[in-house]
Design a protein. Sequence first.
Length: 118
Amino acid sequence: MATKRSRSTKPTRARRGEGLLQNKVFWITALIAILILFQVFVFQDEGVYTLIQLRKEIKDMETHISRLEIEKAQLESERDRLLNDPEYLERIARERFRMAKPGEKVFHVVIESKEATE
């Protein structure tokens, strides 16, 4: 014989409503938990956002260090030339400081611009 299925005494809508209400509570709880975890892992001192900022700062500092190392090498080269190359030292003295050997005359050439003559 065929057995009859027993029917619940609650109407179908009431059963669906209970599941829907439980489903809403679950999703709201999950959303709150996700938001809390997001806030903790992203915006705290040890968060992802801070980690990304620190990595960018490290990269910027490494670039700055490499530029300073290049500048240091250029300055050391300039210093060595000034200490060891008398011709270079004389040229610098004449160009930058307008120095002359005894008995030489220094002439300054003045170039007038068009704006000054008008």
